[in-house]
Design a protein around this ligand. Structure first.
Ligand code: ADP
Ligand code: MG
Length: 729
């Protein structure tokens, strides 16, 4: 009867791995073949232009116009030599995807023909007709202009036949309308503040670079099954579906052998990614069935983030070639693990030092502790903001649901680091003076173990964990643009480092010795950060209580979590670091609230339709079969005997009727809640109404539908079930 479902199941189970077109060359040979990297620049640009461009990139200086013209000529030639016919400014608006508008490399030649044309002006700046990108009210329609401007720090690349130029996207009045602009500002702020502090230890340091290594989790579903689930198609997650008898309880998927079809997809994806200069390295099965992970080698944050955005978009394309759909949603299936995107983050210097790595000498270790203590203080100071930076309508399903990110931000330091920090924290003034030493620094801990990297216990319940030479921000959602988290984190750390520098300089001006000044300030940071440091089980109820006592942000409502962006401390921090103005923050929050509302609105509409037009009719049909059957039994066996023989059916009938009536009632309530919420003008209040009054209906309705799934004849059930969706053969 539900032929679509069975056809899809059959199609999916007969599917064979798709052959991958493997290049003849080795990966190191085709790596970055589609990228206008330094080697291509050197090859295609006049030496003078090349030097000027590299100088602008390395020293973060603007590119002179004449140079831009010359770069454009070389870039165009490279692109055409590699099959490009169009070019586009590639940018990251405040949606979850990237945007591009393609133009051909053609101009009239004035003689009735065409010439291939691409000037420095077109390379450097464009005005995409972009009035319908989310802007939170920054651009009213008469000024609906947005500019995209070339980000020279991220190299151009070719996708299909189009040269893509990474750009920022700003309004006519200079406010950022994208993720990249504030990210670049935050990276520059942490560079400046970090360099000033790093110079206490090494005066040669000229730049501090923030590194990012993301780990992308995702699900794959066969495309036939995906198409048979309107909820997946429209919302990216299943809004109903009873748990499969077997899901992840046997723990047999994690690091298990990868199904052949998936392996072909991964290989194809890696080849594409490598050509685009994305340094993919690791791939494996994740915890849940059909869940996988891919991670590259870490890179400078801006580039790493562009690469993540690019990878997400090519994943969708490559998946289609393999008859899969990629689910980037944070919680596509209830009852099994969701997907995140761990952000491995560290600061390093242009002289090659990783600042969160302990060294061999006491001085190097003091530098290590200085940076760690400042990160802890920054994360403590802005813990609510950091939570807001990863919050979304989709990620809120993971938050607080016993998956890596509890709804409270805390830092896991591990026993070895904690021991060292405690030693400093508990030292009195004389002890600190003794540690600082007259000639030699002595931190009192024999040697910070070199192998800390591998020894840090992996506390998976911590949203922000120290992992030996970096911090791992695990609360980021799988579908998110990492920039959101990276903007907040790097800006917060920049503010903290700048404050720290002020204090140290004050002490030095008072004639204090540098080592003692550092130790004394570190001690006060560690004392201040005590509440954020938590090495225990982040999923436990005791922690929720404890965290509230410690004054950490325990808000769980998505709409209210966003408020953290507009707290005076956040506004001030973003202003001081030059990352975002008050106007930008307000505009962005408008967008966040609006996005939240829209997502829940769509889910509510889809579920309402599925419940009333797909599920209830099927349940009713099955109900009448049962009723027919009961009547026939009672005709054949009059009296008590018939009653007895049909009693089980009667129970089922009653249950089905019960679930159906609650579903109808709840859908009615949900529609009314939506109508009421839609009347609210203020975006924050509307999002709040959606979260309090509409979102809970989704769960109630789902619960009832999932119960029906267990009662109704399997042959009649219209949508592919979890057991069919979740096990790729
Ligand atoms: P896990 O065991 O958590 O899965 P991996 O060893 O796979 O971790 O590494 C995860 C990511 O962390 C990779 O992208 C890796 O390049 C990155 N990474 C390693 N060291 C650093 C560092 N110092 N700074 C930033 N990222 C790093
Ligand atoms: Mg990790």
């Amino acid at each position: 009867m539900s032929s679509l479902r069975f056809k899809a199941v059959e199609e999916a189970s007969n599917r064979k791995p798709v052959m991958v077109d493997i290049p003849k060359e080795r990966p190191v040979e085709y790596y970055a073949s589609k990228v206008f990297n330094r080697a291509k620049m050197f090859q295609y640009l006049p030496l003078k232009t090349y030097n000027a461009l590299i100088n602008a990139i390395d020293n973060k200086e603007p590119l002179p116009r004449e140079v831009a013209d010359s770069v454009a000529r070389g870039m165009k030639q490279w692109a055409i030599d590699n099959g490009a016919r169009h070019y586009t400014h590639w940018f990251q608006p405040l949606t979850e995807t990237t945007a591009e508008k393609h133009d051909g490399f053609v101009e009239h030649d004035g003689k009735g023909g065409m010439v291939e044309e691409f000037s420095g002006k077109l390379l450097v700046q464009q005005e995409p007709d972009a009035s319908s990108f989310p802007n939170g009210g920054i651009r009213n329609t008469f000024e609906a202009r947005g500019y995209s401007a070339w980000d020279i720090s991220s190299p151009a690349f070719i996708i299909d036949n189009t040269l893509c130029i990474p750009t920022i996207f700003i309004s006519y009045t200079g406010e950022s309308l994208d993720y990249k602009t504030p990210l670049l500002r935050a990276l520059s702020a942490v560079d400046k503040a970090g360099t000033a502090v790093a110079r206490y230890f090494d005066p040669e340091v000229k730049h501090v670079i923030a590194n990012l290594g993301w780990e992308q989790e995702y699900f794959l579903v066969d495309e036939a099954l995906y198409s048979a689930r309107p909820d997946l198609v429209m919302t990216g997650r299943t809004l109903m579906g009873h748990e499969s008898a077997k899901n992840q309880q046997l723990e047999d998927h994690y690091f298990g052998s990868i199904p052949k079809r998936v392996e072909a997809f991964m290989l194809d994806l890696e080849i594409e990614a490598h050509k685009l200069g994305i340094p993919c390295k690791t791939r494996h099965n994740e915890v849940a069935p059909n869940q996988f992970e891919l991670a590259p080698i870490y890179e400078e944050t801006n580039l790493a983030n562009d690469h993540n955005m690019l990878l997400m978009s090519i994943m969708h394309e490559v998946a289609r070639r393999h008859n899969f759909r990629v689910l980037m949603h944070e919680k596509p299936f209830a009852g099994i693990n969701g997907s995140g995107k761990h952000n491995n983050w560290s600061l390093g210097t242009d002289t090659g030092t990783v600042l969160f790595s302990p060294g061999k000498t006491p001085k190097e270790n003091l530098r290590f502790i200085t940076f760690v203590a400042n990160v802890m203080a920054a994360v403590h100071r802005h813990n609510g903001l950091l939570k807001a930076s990863i919050m979304s309508a989709t990620n809120c399903h993971r938050l607080g649901a016993n998956e890596a990110p509890p709804a409270i931000i805390s830092i896991f330091a591990g026993s070895q680091l904690s021991e060292i920090l405690n030693k400093i924290k508990n030292s009195d003034k004389d002890e600190l003076i003794a540690m600082a030493g007259k000639e030699e620094l002595n931190l009192g801990v024999a040697q910070i173990p070199e192998l800390m990297i591998d020894n840090t216990d992996r506390n998976r319940t911590s949203p922000f964990a120290f992992t030996g030479n970096r911090f791992e921000f695990r609360a980021v959602g799988s579908s998110a643009n990492c920039a959101s988290a990276m903007i907040a984190l790097n800006a917060a750390v920049a503010e903290q480092l700048a404050d720290f520098k002020c204090k140290i300089d004050g002490r030095l001006a008072d004639g204090e010795d540098l080592h003692h000044a550092l130790l004394a300030e570190i001690k006060s940071l560690l004392l201040y950060s005590e509440p954020i440091h938590f090495d225990g089980n982040g999923y436990s109820d005791e922690w929720k209580e404890e965290a509230a006592k410690r004054g950490l942000d325990c808000e769980t409502n998505p709409a209210l979590i966003f408020d953290a962006y507009l707290r005076p401390s956040s506004i001030e921090m973003f202003r001081k670091t030059g990352v975002m103005t008050h106007v930008e923050l307000e505009a962005r929050n408008e967008v966040k609230w609006e996005m939240y509302t829209k997502k829940i609105q769509i889910e509510a509409r889809v579920l309402g339709d599925l419940a009333i037009n797909h599920i209830i009719p099927v349940a009713t049909r099955y109900l009448s079969i049962l009723l027919d059957n009961m009547v026939k039994i009672r005709e054949l066996f009059p009296g008590n005997k018939g009653m007895e023989l049909s009693s089980q059916d009667a129970v089922t009938v009653e249950k089905i009727m019960h679930h159906c009536s609650i579903i109808k009632e709840e859908v009615g309530k949900m529609v009314n809640a939506r109508k009421d919420a839609n009347k609210i003008e203020n975006e924050r209040d509307k999002a709040l109404a959606y979260s309090l009054n509409v979102a809970p209906c989704l769960d109630t309705i789902r619960y009832q539908i999932d119960k029906l799934e267990l009662l109704v004849d399997n042959e009649m059930w219209p949508l592919p079930k979890y057991r069919e969706l979740l096990f790729i053969r």
